[in-house]
Design a protein around this ligand. Structure first.
Ligand code: C2E
Ligand code: C2E
Length: 165
């Protein structure tokens, strides 16, 4: 019952409701302990084109492979959930801005270097990410909005890149 309530069926990551609760909890904890906390909004580039070109079942497999890759390359304390269709939210407790940038760029490179040709010859998948690190007294909504603006900037700068708020 807990799994059904908390997990996204397709990717096995937290569902939106759960990752938002995690964000609330981690923001509250970081304010209390004065520990750093960073978040990242991650979006699969041109995902609609992948769905259109290869079909929705392949699009689903791409999302699943992306999620498995994230799980394999982050620490267990890092929290990862599906925020919307092809958009994911990563909450990095105890992580300052420079580490968050390093983590997200590592992830970006791993995804870009994966061999996606098993899905379809010549297929390429990349991600863009917007990172924000918690400011004093900042609300969960406010840090999310900054991460979203940074994601928008990463997209505008050409995708397959990360940007920090
Ligand atoms: P690094 O990979 O350059 O990471 C630098 C710092 O970024 C880490 O310092 C940590 O604060 C943060 N960081 C990096 N990746 C992650 C992540 O996936 N999740 C979280 N929450 N934080 C992350 P730290 O802990 O002092 O580690 C220093 C160095 O030790 C790392 O430099 C890396 O070279 C190595 N290291 C530590 N843990 C692991 C691990 O589980 N696997 C591998 N391959 N290397 C590790
Ligand atoms: P974990 O902490 O759950 O990390 C899972 C994977 O996330 C790591 O697999 C690595 O691919 C990535 N990762 C996590 N933190 C870092 C980091 O700081 N830098 C880099 N470059 N990658 C990171 P990996 O390397 O196969 O490690 C498997 C497990 O072994 C880790 O699970 C952790 O429990 C342990 N481990 C590996 N290296 C270190 C280390 O330097 N310090 C500590 N305390 N544990 C380590």
């Amino acid at each position: 019952i807990e799994e059904l309530a908390e997990l996204d069926e397709l990717t096995g990551s937290f569902n939106r409701r759960c990752i938002m609760r995690v964000l609330d909890d981690e923001v509250a904890r970081a304010h209390r302990t004065k520990a750093p906390c960073s978040v990242a909004l991650i979006d699969l580039d041109w995902f609609k084109r992948i769905n259109d070109a290869y079909g929705h079942p392949t699009g689903d497999e791409v999302l699943r492979t992306f999620a498995i890759t994230v799980f394999a390359n982050l620490r267990a304390i890092d929290k990862f959930g599906r925020y919307g269709g092809e958009e994911f939210l990563l909450v990095l407790p105890d992580t300052p801005d420079d580490s968050a940038a390093r983590i997200l760029d590592r992830l970006r490179a791993i995804i870009a270097d994966l061999d996606w040709s098993a899905f379809s010859p010549g297929m390429r998948v990349t991600i863009s990410a917007g990172i924000a690190t918690l400011k004093p007294n900042e609300t969960p909504d406010a840090i999310l909005a900054r991460a979203d603006s940074a994601l928008y900037a990463a997209k505008a700068q050409g995708r397959n890149r990360i940007a920090s708020a």
